[in-house]
Ligand binder design. Structure first.
Ligand SMILES: [Zn+2]
Length: 366
């Protein structure tokens, strides 16, 4: 059996450790991938800094891109788009593997279905390893959706597909038709920036972006935001602020909240017009309950939807979006590059201290 290197996370108090492990024999339907690049998602940083509890020890990292090294018996021969896959192909894969026959999978929610396995979130045990991005290899379990990715896409940009871009693709899917609509993006971190770009490519009439960070709003303009508005952390009365700053009353058809902040979710609802839809995807951590004026929801015929992670169609939409737009929008500038598996502790330090959109790690030791 061949050896490889993995980065082990135990607790927030302990440094990440690069250790050697064995690559196991492939079981039925498994695929071995040589990782090429990983980016640190916000949830990795929360786990690293103790704001979020993960099973441990573990291998962090779930925004990953890699190449197929070998196939187990009866492994899939076609990707999600129906293209043949072979050794040497560059692929991305879903954050989850689950039972496709499960009722939730059949209802379009495989990320919550039976036998759920989540890359970058599993416990490291003698029988289960190579399930995170901060490693030389990933062992794809059976029922992992995979997609072959265009070789032209720069590695750091290809890496963000299977969490950030796919999650936004899910939000856009449940938001419904965006053509000629007024869209509001609340929060311009990595997902908000992608949401601006994706809404723009879907033909939105206007893409408004709000944030408490002026620098990020400047970047949002490069990614398709048509108007931006700097807000205070607990900003209420967004309509008055919009009128002052943008010079007009606005009626929003679709808003996407990436902040997860109860204040943001409460205040943004007020600018939805008749028949408007709020999509919440940022609230992935415990906090106070949101207060909403039910009469307004009824009289304005509003819809509120939530989404956690994404499904196969969203992953497919994410790959297509990046293939079509990697040279349209300056995605590469969102990733702070320059680390490898030997320097992951420095990479996390960079991410915590500088709050970059993403910090990228080449998944080798040279
Ligand atoms: Zn993530």
């Amino acid at each position: 059996m061949q050896h490889c290197k993995i980065v082990v996370f135990e607790t927030p108090e302990k440094s990440l450790e690069l250790v050697e492990t064995l690559i196991p024999e492939l079981k039925e339907q498994e695929i071995l991938v040589r990782n090429e690049y990983a980016t640190l998602c916000r949830s990795d940083i929360y786990t690293y800094s103790g704001m979020r509890k993960e099973k441990n020890p573990t291998i962090l990292g779930h925004e990953i891109i890699g190449r197929i090294v070998s196939f187990g018996n009866n492994a899939r021969e076609l990707d999600l788009r129906g293209n043949p896959i072979k050794i040497g192909d560059r692929i991305t894969w879903a954050i989850f593997a689950s039972n496709p026959a499960s009722p939730l999978s059949k209802r379009g929610m495989p990320q919550k279905a039976a036998d759920l396995f989540k890359y970058g979130h599993e416990q490291l045990t003698p029988d289960s390893s190579l399930h995170g991005g901060l490693s030389e290899y990933t062992l794809l379990r059976k029922n992992t959706p995979v997609i072959k990715v265009d070789e032209q896409i720069p590695l750091p940009v290809a890496a963000i597909i299977n969490c950030a871009v796919a999650t936004v693709a899910g939000a856009i899917r449940i938001a419904g038709e965006l053509n000629e609509k007024n869209v509001l993006i609340c929060g311009t971190g990595m997902l908000g920036i992608i949401a601006c770009a994706m809404s723009n490519t879907k033909g939105a009439a206007n893409v408004y972006a709000i944030d408490t960070n002026a620098e990020r709003l400047e970047i949002a303009k490069e990614f398709g935001a048509t108007d931006t508005c700097l807000i205070e952390p607990k900003q209420n009365d967004l309509q008055t602020l919009f009128t002052e700053k943008i010079g007009k009353q606005i009626s929003i058809d679709v808003l996407i909240d990436l902040t997860g902040s109860p204040d943001s979710m409460e205040n943004s609802i007020d600018v939805l017009g008749i028949g408007g839809t709020a999509v919440w995807i940022g609230a992935t951590f415990p906090q106070r309950k949101v207060q909403i004026d039910a009469e307004k929801v009824v009289r304005k015929i509003l819809t509120i939807k939530g989404l956690h992670n994404y499904n196969e169609s969203d992953l497919q939409a994410a790959v297509t979006f990046i293939e079509e737009n990697f040279s349209v929008f300056p995605f590469e500038k969102l990733i702070f590059d320059g680390f490898n598996l030997n320097t992951v502790n420095e990479a996390f330090k960079q991410a915590v201290e500088q709050n970059n959109f993403r910090v990228g790690i080449k998944t080798d030791v040279n």
